[in-house]
Each structure stands twice: as C-alpha cells, then as structure tokens.
Write a protein that binds this ligand. Sequence first.
Ligand SMILES: Nc1ncnc2c1ncn2[C@@H]1O[C@H](COP(=O)(O)OP(=O)(O)OP(=O)(O)O)[C@@H](O)[C@H]1O
Ligand SMILES: [Mg+2]
Length: 160
Amino acid sequence: MIKKILAAVDGSKHSDKAVDMAAEMAQRFGADLVIVHSLIHGPVPQEVRKLSTEKIPEIPPMSMGGASVDYQVPRAALESIAEALLKNAAERARASGVANVDTQWDDGDPAQVIVGMAEKQGADLIVMGSRGLGDFKGLLMGSVSHKVQNLFDGSVLTVK
Ligand SMILES: Nc1ncnc2c1ncn2[C@@H]1O[C@H](COP(=O)(O)OP(=O)(O)OP(=O)(O)O)[C@@H](O)[C@H]1O
Ligand SMILES: [Mg+2]
C-alpha cells in the first residue's frame, strides 16, 4: 500500500515529469505527496536562474574561468530558487487533485537529502527523474538517481 510518495525536484524537465507522475499516482492511491529539493551546488542553467527573486550577479565575460561562473550563485538566490521550484511543483500537484502536498528543502548531498527526507517522512516510494540538470546525454542515469536507488531501503521510480 502506498500512503506517502516523495518526489525529488531539481528544476529539470525530467523532474517536472517525475512530479507529474508522482502527483498522478498520489491522486489515484489517495496518498500524501512530499516534494523535496536539495540546494543546487553545481552549474545553474539560465532557465532555473530565472526563478530567483534574489539578484544573481553577472560575471563580466572576461573574468569567466571556464565553468566557475556557474558557481557564483549566492546562497540567498539558491534558497529563492528552492522556494520557487517547490511552489511551482506543489501547485501542479494540487491542480492534478492531490489533497495533501508538503514541500521541503535542505542543503547537503542531494541523494542523502532525498533519502533522509524519505526516511524521516516515512515515504513508501521515491519518484525522480532518471536524469536531471546535468546533460550528459550518453548516460542512462544521473548520479543522484543512481545513488538514491542504492541508498533507499524502499522502492524508487525513475521517470524517463
Ligand atoms: N538537487 C536536487 N534536489 C532534488 N532532486 C534532485 C536534485 N538533483 C537531482 N535530483 C533528482 O534526481 C533526478 C536525476 O538527476 P541527476 O542529478 O541524477 O541527473 P543529472 O543531473 O543528469 O546527472 P549528474 O547530476 O550526475 O550530472 C532529477 O530528475 C531529480 O528528480
Ligand atoms: Mg544532477
């Protein structure tokens, strides 16, 4: 019996699909839904940066040292992105008929945040994207979904 589903969101199209799938399942099973985000510590794509209500300083092109420009996102902006991602996801889930939607974010290793939250909340199922914001098209599964599969002592659905 599935009573509580945890969906993990990172702002990628894949995780949007995961939220939709989790919401449909929660609605059909009459299960609670918890949506979780772990603050982003890698590159933040432009479409995700746009969600921040906090200013993200632009780095002059001359000083861009490779990917390091992506790490200039201040903590307040990462938190603002977290709030916006979770708000959007919760609205979508409620719109598809899920009565009980909770949102949580934390800072840490994303797989550990996701699994820790699932354990704390007593989730029966974790739903996540097979891939996320990283875009290595060659790989079947991202490192976070791979690690969650290994760490979680319950079922994990990776949505493609
Ligand atoms: N910071 C995060 N917070 C919440 N969920 C996340 C986070 N990062 C990833 N996820 C979840 O894990 C799924 C798979 O993402 P993952 O990060 O494993 O793939 P990737 O970004 O393509 O690869 P990698 O991060 O290894 O470069 C996402 O669709 C999302 O559901
Ligand atoms: Mg990732």
